[in-house]
Design a protein. Structure first.
Length: 615
């Protein structure tokens, strides 16, 4: 995923811009670049590197450049390969203008054709370069710079967030956004501009989110934004939220550990966020009408990995609470299957990052049929939000560790709430029951934390040394605890590199039972429904009868299961459908402790990236 950053102010820009790029680094990129108005000779200095920000940093140090006005970028190749030529910043013909851009200028070819006829020379394959030449053509030398810039931006089609610096206007950042996120970090005698407040959260206290379809100029003391008609647009300057600033590990050994501990707050924040919505705001945000929700006939939950698991658990939420059939589908598979457009279906794309390529491609395919798509994501500024008709945000705060934890639990929170909201619109439940569901979620968050706290020392001291020695695991669940078992198996695999496979417990005797032996622990996630519980118990007996080793996540009062297991974690009872949420913290911690005992690179497991922006 690309990131843009700009700086204008009293401090030397290079360390600030590079630090900002590093803070956004975990999202993945393949080249990086920096340009500044060089303070020594007022020239425009540019450095680009294919590879890491560290490489860029070394190049800049060798070049000895810095200044008080600068832009930086990390690029994930879309138009054109990952080369130095295609890396941002892009320059105009005179090399006095530099631009960093996120998004896609859809009409770049038309604009480029005209600019080429006007004598402009292009050196990259990117759509972004057109911005530098347009600026050169239309803004440089204009009698009214602001008006010329507004007119230039008016020519653009597509999605963009960009920052331009120019030797002509050496104390100004020109900015514009449409579809892609952009925000201004407001400091004392300095301003940042970035695609994500994370980039400058440690440097300034205030942020202004650049409104959609606006452009403007930012200087060290002020900024002004305009709409398409050239009217000034006011935007509030807000205190930066603590969670954006605190993206350090703090006293925690790993981000994953910190993020597991943050789940209670993240769940509560998500619930409170929905509670605070005004009448009509839910539908407006989702991009559908109340009538559509009342008549909705099918819910599709689209995702990959952990987000797909959240969707699979949420199938049960929607079906039992709303009475509407729900299907969780894997984005990477769904898009290649025969598609049967359903005009009364709601297509919810679940993605923590909002940048997962398979999810985006699936949504594009569904959008092409004019259907109702919703982005359920943790990143308001993501491509998924831009491309879906509506969006629905979780409030997990930034998740840095590759292995998803608080994003997963807030996805469950979000989908549980949404299922109840839809049920209310359909008249299946009343307002009081929606409020009750909110209470259940808050309680589940508290129980998640309490369970984690209760067992964490034992898990580290007793369990991790034992269980890190096994090299194969089976995970079992039934009904809602089966997709949770899938998530647990994924968590263990990705961070410990131990092979793990999840099965619906009822399938055991149809094959997987052949794998059961002492050296293959079987982890069972229980269920509060008595019928399902007793069937799970029978499966546990089958395992025990084959000399298997059982680790049970049992619910309070499930004495037979607790007694039968070799190791039992006893989890408090909650709203029945929320048992996976309550168990999530401990399950993640169990996998984490094993991986840590194996000495793995927990936050950045081998071969994996946080944002999977390639198919
Ligand atoms: C596993 C994990 C991945 C992601 C998957 C989708 O812990 O995080 O399986 O869930 O890559 O990512 P998003 O949710 O960003 O679409």
């Amino acid at each position: 995923m690309c990131s843009v950053i700009g700086y204008v102010g009293k401090r030397l820009s290079c360390p600030l811009v590079l630090e900002g790029l590093k803070r956004l680094e975990y999202r993945g990129y393949d080249s990086a670049g920096f340009a500044c108005v060089n303070s020594s000779d007022r020239s425009l200095s540019v450095q680009k590197a294919v590879g890491s920000v560290k490489q860029l940093e070394a190049q800049i140090a060798d070049a000895g450049i810095d200044g008080y006005v600068a832009v930086g970028h990390t690029r994930w190749a879309t138009h054109g390969q990952a080369t130095k030529e295609n890396a941002h910043p892009h320059l105009d013909c005179t090399k006095r203008i530099a631009v960093v851009h996120n998004g896609i200028i859809e009409n770049f070819q038309d604009l480029k054709d005209v600019l080429v006829l006007q004598g402009h020379l292009f050196v990259s394959d990117t759509d972004s370069e057109v911005l530098a030449h347009l600026f050169e053509q239309y803004v440089t030398g204009a009698s009214d710079t602001h008006e010329a810039f507004i007119r230039m931006v008016g020519q653009l089609k597509g999605a963009y967030a960009f920052v331009i610096i120019s030797l002509e206007y050496p104390d100004i950042l020109f900015v514009a956004r449409r579809g892609s996120p952009l925000c201004i970090g407001v400091g004392k005698e300095e301003m940042f501009v970035a695609s994500d407040p994370l980039a400058f959260a440690q440097q300034v206290e205030y942020v202004a989110f650049v409104p959609e379809r606006t452009c403007g100029v930012v200087s060290k003391d002020s900024f002004v934004l305009y709409d398409r008609e050239g009217m000034a647009v006011q935007t509030p300057i807000e205190q930066l939220e603590a969670e954006w600033i605190a993206v350090e590990k703090g006293e925690h050994e790993h981000f994953m550990l910190k993020e597991m501990y943050e789940q209670k707050q993240a769940i509560a924040r998500t619930v409170h966020f929905y509670q605070s919505m005004k009448k009509g705001q839910v539908e407006e945000t989702l991009g559908v009408t109340q009538d559509f929700l009342r008549d909705v006939e099918k819910i599709y939950l689209i995702g990959c990995g952990t987000s797909w698991h959240a969707g699979r658990i949420a199938e049960f939420f929607f079906e039992s609470v709303t009475g509407v059939p729900a299907a969780a589908v894997l984005a990477s598979e769904f898009r290649h299957r025969t598609f049967f457009p359903h005009p009364k279906a709601l297509y919810i794309a679940i993605s923590q990052s909002g940048e997962t390529a398979d999810v985006l491609e699936t949504i594009r395919m569904i959008n092409s049929h004019g259907l109702s798509t919703v982005a359920l994501t943790n990143v308001a500024s993501s491509s998924l939000v831009r491309e879906c008709q509506g969006f629905w945000l979780t409030q997990a705060g930034p998740e840095i560790a590759v292995a998803s934890t608080k994003a997963f639990s807030t996805q469950l929170t979000s989908l549980y709430w949404l299922a109840h909201y839809v049920a209310q619109i359909k008249g299946r439940i009343d307002q009081k029951q929606l409020i009750q569901a909110e209470r259940e979620l808050l309680t589940a968050g508290e129980l998640l934390e309490a369970t984690l706290e209760e067992y964490k020392h034992e898990v580290i001291a007793q369990d991790a040394p034992i269980y890190s020695a096994f090299n194969r695991y089976i995970f079992l669940g039934r009904h809602i605890s089966y997709p949770f078992a899938l998530e647990a198996a994924l968590k263990l695999k990705e961070i410990s590199y131990i092979f793990a496979q999840a099965y619906p417990a009822g399938e055991l005797k149809h094959g997987p039972l052949a794998l059961v032996e002492k050296v293959v622990p079987v982890v069972v996630f229980s269920h509060s429904d008595p019928v399902i519980y007793h069937k799970l118990l029978a499966n546990v007996q089958e395992v025990k009868a084959r000399d298997g080793h059982v680790i049970a996540f049992a619910l309070e009062g499930q004495y037979e299961l607790i007694a039968a297991a070799d190791r039992a974690f006893v989890v408090p009872q909650s709203a029945p459908l929320l048992a996976p949420l309550v168990m999530a913290g401990l399950m993640q911690f169990f996998c984490y402790a094993i991986a840590n005992a194996c000495g793995r690179s927990i936050d950045k497991p081998r071969n994996l990236a946080k944002s999977v922006t390639v198919e």
